[in-house]
Design a protein around this ligand. Sequence first.
Ligand SMILES: *[C@@H]1O[C@H](CO)[C@@H](O)[C@H](O)[C@H]1NC(C)=O
Ligand SMILES: *[C@@H]1O[C@H](CO)[C@@H](O)[C@H](O)[C@H]1NC(C)=O
Ligand SMILES: *[C@@H]1O[C@H](CO)[C@@H](O)[C@H](O)[C@H]1NC(C)=O
Length: 431
Amino acid sequence: MKMGKVVMVVAVMVLFNMSSCSAWFGGNKHKSGRNSILPSEATSSRSRLLNPAGSSIVLPLYGNVYPVGFYNVTLNIGQPARPYFLDVDTGSDLTWLQCDAPCTHCSETPHPLYRPSNDFVPCRDPLCASLQPTEDYNCEHPDQCDYEINYADQYSTFGVLLNDVYLLNFTNGVQLKVRMALGCGYDQVFSPSSYHPLDGLLGLGRGKASLISQLNSQGLVRNVIGHCLSAQGGGYIFFGNAYDSARVTWTPISSVDSKHYSAGPAELVFGGRKTGVGSLTAVFDTGSSYTYFNSHAYQALLSWLKKELSGKPLKVAPDDQTLPLCWHGKRPFTSLREVRKYFKPVALGFTNGGRTKAQFEILPEAYLIISNLGNVCLGILNGSEVGLEELNLIGDISMQDKVMVFENEKQLIGWGPADCSRIPKSGDVSI
Ligand SMILES: *[C@@H]1O[C@H](CO)[C@@H](O)[C@H](O)[C@H]1NC(C)=O
Ligand SMILES: *[C@@H]1O[C@H](CO)[C@@H](O)[C@H](O)[C@H]1NC(C)=O
Ligand SMILES: *[C@@H]1O[C@H](CO)[C@@H](O)[C@H](O)[C@H]1NC(C)=O
């Protein structure tokens, strides 16, 4: 199981010691003035390339909420470009790869470790600044940008920021080599529960270092990302305008929290009825497999479920350790279809001056799983237990079978019904 990848604390230590790593930090640093966009074929001319308002990138996803616990995407990075499987995380900014710098601590990776380029991002670069905990950070090595990121699930990574080439296919058929910053993560610290065997992480947050911010600042796509996670597994993510806005419900991105895709205040709605549990802030985060409610909302959910399930043929199954709360039936269940009749939808009603403006509905399929023991388990967990305090984290499970759109230009979060197994092609991308 994987918990919130939202960045909780960022503190930097200049751990990287030049002398002990002279193998690659020694000479030949930081080539500036390199063209950031290199057409991958001599024949593609800039004019054929892109119309930033209309171009987009769509990438297929692999994975599921249970049993895999995450969705991954393949990116081709480096010269020559090599494939890497990355965990998709809208809760943090930086894209990084486990890196042979050499690596102090790396977990097992599906591909050989990334070999760093020598195209260093300098310490005073705004991208570097955006990864530091304070504005007056220390630059012991002005030519290099050291960072440390601590995620909510106790995973942390130390690395150095570099530029390298990403090979990207746009939906208009153009393939480009785009030079952008990425992290060379040479020391990952994690507990067994946060471990998963991937090459790195794709950061899709709102900060400057995020891949979408970098693509946008090079004029390649609008500053919009989105995803569609299929309950059958798989789905896609997109950069730019690859969604049908006619079917999307919008709510403003909260201005209080500049780091995350958060919205609020919202009120809890159970089975179509307002609960009075309000003033909730919701953070949308693909870095988390499950959804977390704060202690108050979680308590209300448990009481409601207990009432709803009384007299139904479902009994608590304390032996099932898959998730904190599971129920068994008379016989093992094989599919959510068999149990959804016992459960009602949960929703977050986003309010504005007391009126509900937009409802984010969480159907039973988006808060329950069937464990491998054939029990049905609650995929909404107690966030207070894992230190999320007042935050409510909307994880992968509750965003399944919806197109989720994060409009950074208009500061809006949107969602709508979607068939996530149908990956949009250039022809059916509407603006
Ligand atoms: C990531 O996706 C690839 C398909 O591109 C798949 O083969 C691989 O098993 C996935 N990796 C993990 C760790 O799930
Ligand atoms: C990009 O497009 C090329 C052909 O135009 C294709 O061979 C390649 O697999 C695509 N890459 C990705 C990552 O989709
Ligand atoms: C949620 O977690 C907090 C902190 O551990 C705890 O005090 C509270 O009782 C939990 N709520 C429920 C309903 O289990």
